[in-house]
Design a protein around this ligand. Structure first.
Ligand SMILES: [Zn+2]
Ligand SMILES: [Zn+2]
Length: 263
């Protein structure tokens, strides 16, 4: 599995885009402003979009992405998300006020976009990948994703704060090769962070002790612009037992089984 990081910031500025990961050229996980890094030709290859939740930084690009390739879409782009996220998009984005309803355009029987509700128990098989969700703890209903193929396994936390459900589910996997986990704020903003239900370095460190997989390559993501260095210093100090990586826009990550330690 090949992951291209189109955006991984908690905000925007030159060189910073919000969350969107392109998997194997045809699947987006979240559709933040990073989608604008794709060429038209690359956009036309997208078949599925999996959303973690309804917040603007994660759904921002969907209307303009589909608008940009509207004339070339002969099969609908499928928007996979939990029911609450789909309802939010229908009511607040594709409502003929913010944007036209692409789920019925150009014709209700041949639309350019289709919503596919994803229930928590479901396990989807799409383009050679197995995709599952895990509910997490954010201010709106949100899920993490676990995505696997024959070569490896990848999990992305979405936006969350302290949770047992995610870590228990990850520990139940036979192995976990790559984990993207959010840390939106530095400890200086711990109060705001708790209100917005994100991780800060202290709460992440407490939860990180729950992860049993030792071989997992861990990437931190979703830092608020300007707080990256503080977050890095605090996490490196508070989580010394792990080699932490800090995700950057433009990163290319190959997910494959970690080599086992030599005996
Ligand atoms: Zn959010
Ligand atoms: Zn977010």
């Amino acid at each position: 599995m090949k992951i291209r990081v189109l955006g991984c910031s908690g905000g925007i500025s030159k060189g910073r885009h919000t969350t969107s990961y392109l998997i194997n050229d045809t699947i987006l996980v979240d559709a933040g402003s990073g989608v604008g890094e794709l060429s038209i030709a690359e956009m036309t290859r997208i078949e599925h979009i999996f959303l973690t939740h309804s917040h603007h930084d994660h759904v921002h690009a969907i209307p303009l992405l589909i608008d940009s390739i509207f004339d070339t879409l002969t099969v609908p782009i499928v928007i996979h998300a939990i029911a609450e996220t789909i309802e939010a998009l229908k009511n607040h984005v594709f409502n003929w006020v913010i944007w036209p309803d692409f789920a019925i355009l150009p014709h209700p029987d041949a639309a350019v976009m289709r919503f596919a509700p994803f229930s928590p128990e479901e396990r989807l098989h799409v383009a050679g990948l197995t995709i599952e969700t895990v509910p997490v703890n954010h201010i709106v209903p949100t899920v993490a994703y676990i995505i696997r193929d024959a070569a490896g396994s990848f999990a992305f936390s979405g936006d969350t704060t302290t949770t047992d459900q995610l870590w228990n589910r990850l520990n139940a996997l036979p192995s976990l090769d790559v984990l993207f986990i959010e840390t939106a704020f530095s400890n200086r903003e711990a109060l705001l962070c708790a209100k917005a239900r994100h991780y800060c370095p202290t709460t992440l460190a407490e939860d990180f002790a729950k992860l049993q997989h030792q071989q997992t390559k861990v990437y931190l993501t979703h830092a608020k612009p300007g707080e990256e260095e503080d977050i890095r210093q605090e996490c490196d100090q508070l989580i010394p037992s792990r080699q932490l990586n800090y995700l950057r826009d433009g990163d290319l990550i190959e997910v494959c089984h970690a080599p086992q330690p030599a005996h």
